[in-house]
Write a protein that binds this ligand. Structure first.
Ligand SMILES: [Zn+2]
Length: 397
């Protein structure tokens, strides 16, 4: 075989190999939807002293149809190929917080693909996932929901680029904020005398009654009830909201707890900008806003008394909400909504019965401000039904 003929055969073989695997090792192909997130990743990488040039070195980010509730998948090919589940992407697009959820997802996959990071499923002192690289094999069946917002976003990004980032202040379980100067403006004891101002109803869907100095709410339907009262206390002010809630019978995974904000009158409540802080009888705690796809994160809290009376308290200072269960400080996180709202109440699981007492709202006394107690004679509890939770969790990463 002459030399020229051999070269042609070898070249043909190389070309055939290339075409058969359809691979250009420096191919750059990123769907338009992902470009903003890749650009953000690049700028943040620069800030953290890492330099990538995927347009030169190659990168593929494309939509796919992923199995097993996977939201994203990184293939360690040349170049790195990331698949994002199209159905999930489209679904989260309908909710508040979609941009942050998408950023979290893309950054997680780029963490695998460009930073060579593996999954890291440890937690911070307050129970938050330590890293946005949480994922893979589940730990204690805990959802991968990560509270990727506000002050946490900066920490999670720092940790993404530098695993030895120190634990952030928000993760401390020591409550250090100033909670003095809060004065009660609305206190409901649910004795017969206090009860005079509002109507107790009994209809096809629910029954409200006074039971031994507590408010008893029985749901007769398979939807979650929001039960709330209108006040003149704006949730954008600094406030403290307390109540004691007991949900002794029902599935341990059912969530019950407190709500505050603005409950619109829409039919299914999908877009209710209502903040919630719930627990269940598996000793899990959740927090979130109804306009988001899912709760922010799930925490283990052994201060929850299973099936017993649980005193829930939320304290707002500035933009931060501090959550307490039975006087144990558990967690802090920014309020989500920027809207005004003056409705406060509680959440009752589908077909569930809860007992409420110690319903109390306080406001921070500031100079030259007269905190005016709310007259209970004008109060009444309203109800709204909805599906809850909207989505029990975000997909795997
Ligand atoms: Zn992953």
């Amino acid at each position: 075989m002459n030399r020229r003929f051999l070269i042609i055969i070898v070249l043909t073989a190389i070309l055939a190999l290339n075409f058969s695997s359809c691979k250009n090792p420096t191919e750059y192909r990123v769907d338009y939807a992902f470009v903003p997130y890749l650009n953000r990743f690049d700028s943040l990488a620069e800030l953290h002293g890492k330099h990538f040039n995927p347009k030169l070195s190659g990168l593929i980010i494309e939509f796919g149809t992923l199995k097993d509730n996977n939201a994203g998948l990184t293939h360690f090919e040349t170049p790195i190929r990331i698949e994002i589940d199209k159905t999930y992407w489209n679904e989260i697009s309908h909710y508040a917080g979609a941009d942050l959820m998408k950023e979290d997802l893309l950054f997680h996959e780029l963490g695998h693909g460009l930073l060579n990071r593996d999954h890291l499923n440890t937690t911070l002192e307050n129970g938050d996932w330590k890293s946005m690289m949480c994922g893979g094999t589940q730990v204690d069946n805990r959802p991968w929901n990560i509270n990727y917002r506000g002050i946490r976003r900066k920490y999670y990004i720092d940790e993404l680029f530098n695993e030895s980032t120190p634990a952030p202040d928000f993760s401390s379980t020591q409550f250090a904020a100033d909670s003095t100067k809060y004065l009660p403006v609305l206190t409901l004891g649910f004795t017969i005398a206090d009860n005079a101002g509002w109507t107790l109803t009994d209809d096809a869907q629910h029954k409200m009654s006074i039971d031994n100095n507590r408010l008893k709410f029985e749901s007769k339907i398979s939807k979650t009830f929001l039960v709330f009262t209108n006040t003149n206390i704006n949730i954008q002010s600094d406030f403290r909201f307390d109540l004691t809630i007991e949900y002794p019978v029902g599935d341990n995974s059912n969530q019950y707890g407190i709500i505050f904000g603005n409950v619109p009158t829409g039919s299914d409540g999908t877009n209710d900008p209502i903040e919630y802080f719930t627990i269940n009888n598996n000793q899990k705690m959740y927090m979130g806003n109804r306009t988001w796809f899912s709760f922010f994160t799930q925490l283990n809290e052994n201060s929850i008394i299973v099936g017993g009376k649980n005193h829930l308290k939320v304290l707002k200072i500035g933009q931060m909400l501090y959550y307490f269960i039975n006087n144990v400080y558990c967690y802090c996180s920014e309020i989500t909504t920027t809207q005004s709202g003056a409705q406060f109440g509680f959440m009752v699981p589908a077909n569930g019965t809860v007992w409420i007492d110690n319903f109390s709202i306080s406001q921070k006394k500031v100079a030259a401000m007269n905190v005016r107690p709310v007259s209970i004679s004008n109060l009444s509890f309203e109800t709204k039904t909805m599906s809850f939770p909207l989505h029990p969790k975000i997909y795997h990463q």
